[in-house]
Design a protein around this ligand. Structure first.
Ligand code: GLU
Length: 486
């Protein structure tokens, strides 16, 4: 087999969709596995809908995932001469023809066909024009498109690597447009000319393109090109098994990036959308994915995009991160809250290095760290319901007041010393340790879930802890807590 060459060919008419990212990844894995080339082609022939900001987003998204391409980016908008030349060849061979029907005429006939209950298709009116008529209309300056002259009989078939044998009857296919009236090629035409010119050996793309493949195969045949192999990847579905859409949540890759999904988690997650490792182990490094990925093992049935699974996986990758690296990733999130500056001062950085391991265990995304770490940076503005109920138990005000005095007197405010103090107080009062620990946690953090209390208190430091305990005592004594509860 000659060298594998694959491509991802996004249209810059929207932000990078997770479905496109998945397709890019499968192409990339296939190329890397087979020692081939992975190429990027920007399909920017829709002049109205293509936008530089979308192109930027797509390129950045692919880079963020680490899907590097091996040759300079190909821009379709810079290859119009090539399409013109190939369209001319088709015209000369009588395999394409100019069509002068106006959009209004086409719409009228479409409606008429629909009314008769027929599937609307171009009725091939202009295919029947004589050469003289065509020349006259062109001379008159009438705008026209070029259409492909589809064989009227027979069929076209191909072997799809994922889906097996696929056949289409030619009479179901229409004389589709290959060049628009503005001289720009349509997707189907430019795609074939480029895939041939770029030496693409395997076209791996979404299942939504299956119906384009017979049209493209006819172009390959007409132009005398050797067709590549095709693999159509299963559609991405939401948890309700309908096509993945905004309704299900974020669909642009960047939203996941902003949320604080790590690229390695995203790559791992996307790789399992349609392909399932033989050993059923879901956590895979990039190198393992490359080594194990098999295009022929991709399952044709829809692949469910399960956000919970992505969050679980991301949590796994977050827990694997060295503290310093993770802390660096948290800087923009905490800086946005105004908790630290970006870059952080030396003191802020030292504190962040202590806070990070305490939130690392529980966070599933970088942005979740904001909520988990809030009490390290802000005195709790209110106590949540569970915390209030802990605080409103009898005797808590006096207990916390005593604890705050003992903590204040500590020479060394370490997790061990805090623990000894708490346990001693509990023992003296004939209480279980939990009966002191719970209200203390409520007073210091405002909530009942979180990292180990003694550790988080040591990180917060004596001054903050004592201050928070005393503030809780004040609130309890003033009756404000019970007032808030009513
Ligand atoms: N521009 C097309 C898309 O984004 C490319 C499809 C293909 O890979 O042929 O869907």
């Amino acid at each position: 087999m000659s060298e594998v060459r694959v491509r991802i060919a996004p249209s810059p008419t929207g932000y990078l969709h997770v479905g496109t990212a998945r397709t890019a990844l499968f192409n990339w894995l296939f190329a890397r596995k087979n020692g081939g080339k992975f190429l990027l082609r920007i399909e920017d022939t829709d002049r109205e809908r293509s936008k530089p900001e979308f192109e930027q987003d797509i390129i950045e998204g692919l880079k963020w995932l680490g899907l590097d391409w091996d040759e300079p980016i190909v821009y379709q908008s810079q290859r119009l001469d090539l399409y013109r030349k190939e369209a001319q060849r088709l015209l000369e061979m009588g395999k394409a023809y100019p069509c002068f029907c106006t959009p209004e005429e086409l719409e009228e006939r479409r409606q008429a066909m629909l009314a008769k209950g027929a599937a609307p298709k171009y009725d091939r009116k202009c295919r029947r024009l004589t050469q003289a008529e065509r020349e006259r209309l062109i001379r008159e300056g009438r705008p026209y498109v070029l259409r492909f002259a589809m064989p009227l009989e027979g069929e076209v078939s191909f072997h799809d690597i994922v889906r097996g044998e696929i056949r289409f009857a030619n009479r179901e296919l229409d004389d589709f447009v290959i060049v628009k009236s503005d001289g720009f090629p349509t997707y189907n035409f430019a795609c074939v000319v480029d895939d041939h010119d770029m030496g693409i050996t395997h076209v791996i793309r979404g299942e939504d393109h299956i119906s384009n493949t017979p049209r493209q195969l006819h172009l390959y045949i007409a132009l005398g090109y050797e067709p590549p192999q095709f693999a159509h990847l299963p559609l991405l579905l939401g948890p309700d098994r309908s096509k993945l859409s905004k309704r299900h949540g974020a669909v642009s890759l960047n939203e996941y990036r902003r949320m604080g999904i790590l690229p390695e988690a995203m790559v791992n997650f996307l790789a399992l959308l349609g392909w399932y490792p033989r050993d059923q182990k879901e956590i895979k490094t990039r190198e393992q994915l490359i080594a194990e990925f098999e295009l022929s093992e991709v399952k044709p049935s829809g692949a469910i995009f399960d956000l919970e699974k992505l969050l679980w996986m991301n949590g796994h990758y977050i827990r694997q991160k060295p503290v310093e690296e993770l802390a660096r990733m948290l800087v923009p999130y905490f800086a946005e809250r105004g908790w630290i500056s970006n870059p952080p001062t030396e003191d802020e950085w030292r504190y962040l290095l202590e806070v990070t391991p305490l939130v690392q265990e529980r966070m599933r995304t970088l942005s979740e760290a904001v909520e988990l770490a809030e009490f390290f940076y802000r005195e709790p503005e209110h106590y949540d319901e569970k915390a209030r109920s802990r605080l409103s138990k009898d005797g808590v005000a006096e207990l916390l007041s005593e604890l705050s005095n003992r903590l204040e007197a500590l020479a060394e405010f370490s997790a061990e010393q805090v623990e000894v103090t708490v346990r001693q107080l509990a023992a003296e009062r004939g209480l279980k340790a939990a009966e002191v620990i719970h209200p203390t946690r409520a007073a210091v953090t405002g909530r009942m879930e979180g990292p180990s209390l003694f550790h988080l208190m040591a990180v917060l430091g004596k001054e903050r802890c004592v201050g928070r305990l005393r503030r809780a005592v004040q609130i309890l004594n003033s009756g404000l807590l019970t007032a808030a509860e009513k």
